[in-house]
Ligand binder design. Structure first.
Ligand code: 5GP
Length: 196
């Protein structure tokens, strides 16, 4: 049995991570997706347990103390964290797994799991990123500015990633991500159980 592919899709908020991952999961139904925890209030379309596990800062901090997260990061004033249990279970069951942390989380996960595959998803330009964040109507204008500011810092992390996908066409972006998944599944090192 081959080892799991741990696919980490990161990049600026508004690049389209959620949509690309959602489409990939439709065509790859066995791919496990890790729902992460956040202290951010839900957006109008978000469902607890589907988009995030929404929690309070107090409850989140308790989970930090009991070692329930693989990594946590404070992004735009809210805490986000990857639950250890879900990831460990999926890997133990040899399931392929996809995660979508911001870039600091991606780097932290790569330290824990050196075989993880880091994919950076971007919008075609900063202007387009701004348009997408505005079109989404999910965040207040000050929050959008904050996200764009963070995006500039996130671009600096690109060199630490293995793949880059420019999301100017959703179908192609999903195809690109699927190609990476398929190629990683075929790696000899993964087939023989060595880290890939
Ligand atoms: P948003 O508020 O837009 O849903 O998320 C803000 C950023 O945090 C996005 O880049 C999102 O991908 C990222 N994010 C979501 N869950 C986690 C997590 O568990 N850890 C980290 N480090 N980032 C996360």
């Amino acid at each position: 049995m081959r080892r799991s592919v741990l696919l980490i899709v990161s990049g600026p908020s508004g690049a389209g991570k959620d949509t690309v991952i959602e489409r990939l999961r439709e065509i790859e139904p066995d791919l496990a997706y890790c729902v992460t925890y956040t202290t951010r209030p839900p957006r109008h379309y978000e469902i607890d347990g589907v988009h995030y596990r929404f929690t309070t800062r107090d409850a989140f901090e308790k989970m930090v103390h009991t070692g329930e997260f693989l990594e946590t990061f404070e992004y735009a004033g809210n805490l986000y964290g990857t639950p250890r249990g879900f990831v460990e279970d999926a890997l133990q069951q040899r399931r392929d797994l996809i995660l979508k942390p911001e870039v600091n989380g991606a780097r932290a996960l790569k330290v824990v799991y050196p075989e993880a595959v880091l994919v950076f998803l971007t919008a075609p330009s900063t202007e387009e990123l701004a348009r997408r964040l505005e079109r989404r109507r999910a965040d207040a204008p000050t929050e959008i500015d904050q996200r764009l500011h963070i995006a500039h810092e996130e671009y600096d992390a690109l060199a630490q990633f293995e793949y880059r996908i420019i999301n100017d066409d959703i179908t192609r972006a999903v195809d690109d991500l699927r190609s990476i998944l398929v190629a990683e599944r075929l790696k000899v090192a993964r087939l023989s159980g060595r880290s890939g």
